[in-house]
Design a protein around this ligand. Structure first.
Ligand code: AMP
Ligand code: ZN
Length: 466
């Protein structure tokens, strides 16, 4: 079966290849930098990371654009309250986002672009819409006339034909029930910061940002446009109305949306106040790759319920895989090869790849790897696993980690000195002597997290830094 993705536009799973057969032109809506990203936001970005890694693994090149929304109502309000410029206020959160993304091992898109650095492109887009009769002005702001775009509603599959023409909405986020002519350019209120344009002073609405930047870097028709499900309406619906209004061409061939990360069946969001940031979880002692694993272990179209038990389970799974890798690296296997295990590794690779081709079914892809690891461990215990099977096992782990990327432990910023490591190893052997294996495993895990690999030999434990 070919690579295929669910397309929100058609409500179908469809075979995917980029239009030119080579380069995937992908746009993903990035963070609004008015605060730290929470792990709900990060779930969507982690899904997009798996998507781009899998497209690369399938041999395509990527041209991936992510925007940074560094001007909006909340940013203007918060910057004003702190007596800062927009740029001063957003700098801290932009850096924080980049740090979180790096810790979570999100590959950096080819283009990370800021809204405030693309005002001329947005002005041009609004002028193009005006020239074609899609806009009108009211109280100094410019609005998009949705009745002028008969296909409005085609992405969210809503029928807006009965909507009252001329009713307007000034905020960027609103409900289907409040579908109205939306704002492209907002007149400043009071002492708010503004840009001068031929159609008056003001600042861009959120939706025009993405249309203008996506088309600047990726052309009129993208291969993939992605984001969280909450962006389907109004944000992506409005992007289609704007871009297709200008070009009369399909704006994106595939629309992909990641389901929510929930807490107790409620969307994790700043307004509900049920959020965790990556840094909070790290302060509690969780490694970023544990969070990464948890976020990507549930297929992106299913809701993910966040719990600390789930986080713990993710850690246990990673530890099991790391221990398996270490066993491969350090154990002595009999010469020769078991054909059965060679075959077993090949089926695991096949099943891992088939599952990701199937609309990124990460749960099944991961299951294929664990089942193999379980069988291989059993075969090692019984002496059936041979030296000739090591390469096949490594090959599977490499393919797994090219996408999942959790095997390398994050080296803690403090690190451990050689003396501290020796001390921990002594503690561990003492624990083993009294058969406190829970403690000895815990110490081994802590060392691994600090980038120290242990090897038990008959002369005691040896260690090396990763
Ligand atoms: P924002 O910074 O609010 O613009 O959101 C950044 C991204 O996170 C968008 O693609 C949202 O759709 C997504 N997002 C927000 N909340 C959640 C959540 N609880 N679970 C998954 N994705 C989310
Ligand atoms: Zn966007």
């Amino acid at each position: 079966m070919p690579l295929r993705f669910y397309n929100t536009l058609t409500l179908k799973v469809e075979p995917f290849a980029p239009a030119d057969g080579k380069i995937v032109r992908m746009y993903t809506c990035g963070p609004t930098v008015y605060n730290y990203a929470h792990i709900g936001n990060l779930r969507t970005f982690a899904f997009e990371d798996v998507l781009r890694r899998w497209l690369l693994a399938r041999g395509f090149a990527m041209k991936h654009v992510m925007n940074i929304t560094d001007v909006d109502d909340k940013i203007i309000r918060n910057a004003g309250a702190k007596n800062q410029t927009i740029a001063e206020y957003t700098a801290e959160y932009t850096t924080a986002f980049e740090e979180d993304a790096a810790k979570l091992r999100l590959q950096r898109p080819e283009y990370m672009v800021k809204a405030t650095e693309h005002i001329p492109e947005m002005v041009q887009a609004i002028e193009a819409l005006t020239a074609k009769g899609y806009t009108y002005q009211s109280d100094g702001s410019v609005y998009y006339r949705i009745s002028r775009f008969p296909e409005y509603g085609k992405l969210s599959h809503n029928d807006f034909s009965g909507i009252r023409a001329g009713a307007r909405v000034d905020v960027d986020e609103y409900d289907k029930a409040d579908a109205r002519d939306f704002v492209l350019w907002k007149a400043p209120k009071g002492a708010e910061p503004f840009w001068d344009t031929p159609f008056g002073p003001g600042r861009p609405g959120w939706h025009i940002e993405c249309s203008a930047m996506a088309m600047k870097y990726l052309g009129e028709t993208l291969d993939i446009h992605a984001g969280g499900v909450d962006l389907i309406f109004p944000h992506h619906e409005n992007e289609i109305a704007q871009s297709e209004g200008i070009t009369c061409k399909p704006f994106a061939r595939f629309w992909m949306h990641c389901e929510f990360l929930n807490v107790d069946s409620q969307k994790m969001s700043k307004s509900v106040g049920n959020i965790y940031t990556l840094r909070e979880l790290m302060e509690m002692g969780h490694a970023p790759e544990t969070v990464r694993y948890l976020l990507i272990s549930v297929p992106y179209r299913k809701k993910l319920n966040f719990t600390f038990d789930g986080l713990q389970a993710a850690k246990t799974t990673i530890d099991r895989l790391r221990n398996f890798k270490m066993r491969l690296e350090t154990a002595k296997f009999a010469a020769g090869v078991s054909e059965k295990l060679t075959e077993r590794a090949a089926t695991a690779v096949q099943s891992f790849e088939d599952s990701l081709d199937d609309d990124l079914n990460t749960a099944e892809a991961l299951a294929a790897v664990f089942e193999y690891v379980r069988d291989a461990n059993t075969a090692m215990d019984s002496g059936e696993f041979c030296a000739g099977n090591v390469a096949g096992a490594f090959d599977l782990l490499r393919r797994f980690d090219d996408i999942v990327d959790v095997l390398r432990p994050t080296v803690t910023e403090t690190g451990l000195s050689d003396d501290q490591i020796t001390l921990k190893i002594q503690e561990r052997s003492a624990a083993k002597k009294v058969k406190n294996f829970a403690l000895s495993d815990q110490i081994r895990g802590e060392l691994l997290e600090a980038g120290v690999v242990l090897e038990d030999t008959k002369d005691g434990a040896r260690w090396k830094r990763k």
